[in-house]
Design a protein around this ligand. Structure first.
Ligand code: PXG
Length: 413
């Protein structure tokens, strides 16, 4: 009905932009490209223009858009049963938990939906473990977090954000968090008290602008946590599932967190599926009724996630990310421009840091057929689906070079 009432104009980009601006809340400032379909690394807008997706929905579509195997799993499961609630069991949840155990080595899985919910779940897990197992006095547990963290948007999570805009106007905040500088093991050591139950960290900071910690930081942090009986909780929602060239980014330093937080690519972008993984010793703090979610562990999500994990393994996406990421980074590091500050990354997760605003470059890249997103004002994030091919990287690089090496003044007007 709505479609029939649309004017000819509304079928074009500006029409959709206006519709969204009129009826949708303005909590984002998207590039004005209206996507109507996608396949693999390519997305298509309503005007028929094709773009190479260099954002991959913030790493949720590592397996590529609309992967046929995940799509089939979703359709088949949707025909059988989609939601049972956890009041009953379903024939998919146990299989997903087993698959995750076999892939990661963690004993137990607590399924949720969005990333923020998984982070909230990890926080609750750490606190309960702190009280029940470590013996921290009730309501005094502390969790250490890092400056410039991004762990989601719930009230508790923004309570420990160091980004003013994420907090402004949303108080009062949840207490019990301590901020330290990212990558500073000594600061972690100094911040620990007998009340500390956990250290929550992104092994590589995504939203902060693809920030790699100094080498050895995670290893030192893991040692400090172990020595002080503090849980190391890795948020691999964006860095996980091959993005950095390892299955998980913590593997670059040969460590193993106590709690692993997953989301995004766990479902290949089809459906929100997140999870918290840990050992039996930690997860046994939960009793029936302590925590839950209507959709968490639902059969549709579990079937989709199982297929997404299979694709990751079968198509060797972790290995691809390591190999093609090094290739892409090597190309991008040959870029020359007075506006360019640094090109850094791991696997297919690359940040191009500029001296000025990144947004105009993202607009220009869009016109060249590449979609990417500025982060922290000055960083262009390059994070294509891990199914990208070498020829597609070459294609992208030529366009990125054209835009980056163009004289800066062409972006001022
Ligand atoms: N942890 C990390 C490391 C993330 O990158 C989350 C948690 C939260 O996930 P959910 O599914 O709740 O969004 C993320 C999410 C945004 C935004 O606008 C979020 C992310 C990336 C870019 C934008 O909220 N990452």
């Amino acid at each position: 009905m709505q479609n029939a009432l649309m004017t000819e104009e509304q079928h074009h980009t500006q029409g959709f932009v206006e519709l969204e601006n009129q009826y949708g809340v303005h909590n984002y400032r998207p590039l004005d490209v209206v996507i109507e379909r996608a396949e693999g690394v390519w997305v298509y807008d309503i005007e028929g223009k094709r773009y190479l997706d260099c954002l991959a929905a913030y790493s949720a579509v590592n397996q590529g858009h609309c992967h046929p195997k995940i799509l089939n799993a979703m359709i088949e499961q949707a025909r059988r049963v989609t939601l049972t609630s956890r009041a009953f069991r379903n024939d998919q949840l146990g299989l997903l938990c087993r698959d995750l155990h076999e892939l990661t080595g963690f004993d137990m899985v607590l399924p949720m939906n969005t990333g923020a919910e998984a982070v909230e779940t990890a926080i609750k897990t750490a606190r309960k473990w702190g009280y029940k197992v470590k013996g921290i006095p009730e309501d005094t547990a502390e969790i250490i977090v890092c400056a410039n963290n991004f762990h989601g948007r719930t009230t508790t999570i923004i309570s420990f954000s160091s980004e003013a805009q994420y907090r402004e106007g949303f108080g009062p905040f949840t207490p019990g968090f301590k901020l330290i500088p990212y990558g500073d093991a000594q600061a972690l050591q100094n911040a620990i008290t007998p009340h500390t139950c956990a250290f929550l960290v992104e092994p590589i900071q995504g939203e902060a602008g693809i920030v790699l910690p100094p080498e050895g930081f995670l290893k030192d942090a893991a040692d400090i946590c172990r020595q002080n009986r503090v849980l190391l909780m890795a948020d691999e929602i964006q860095s996980g599932f091959g993005r950095t060239g390892k299955l998980f980014a913590y593997m670059h330093e040969g460590i193993r967190p106590d709690v692993l937080i997953l989301g995004k690519a766990l479902s290949g972008g089809f459906y929100p599926v997140s999870a918290v993984l840990s050992s039996w010793q930690i997860m046994r703090v939960y009793q029936p009724g302590d925590h839950g979610s209507t959709f968490g562990g639902n059969p549709l999500g579990c079937a989709v996630a199982r297929a997404a994990l299979q694709v990751l393994t079968e198509e060797k996406l972790v290995e691809r990310s390591a190999e093609l990421g090094a290739y892409f980074l090597g190309l991008l590091q040959t870029l020359r421009s007075p506006d360019l500050k640094e090109v850094r990354g791991k696997g297919l997760w690359i940040g191009i840091e500029l001296h000025g605003a990144a947004r105009p470059y993202c607009e220009a890249l869009k016109d060249e057929g590449i979609l990417c997103k500025d982060t922290h004002d000055r960083v262009i994030r390059i994070a294509p689906p891990l199914v990208i091919r070498r020829e597609e990287i070459d294609w992208a690089f030529e366009r990125i070079r054209k835009v980056i090496e163009r004289p800066a003044q062409s972006y001022c007007g």
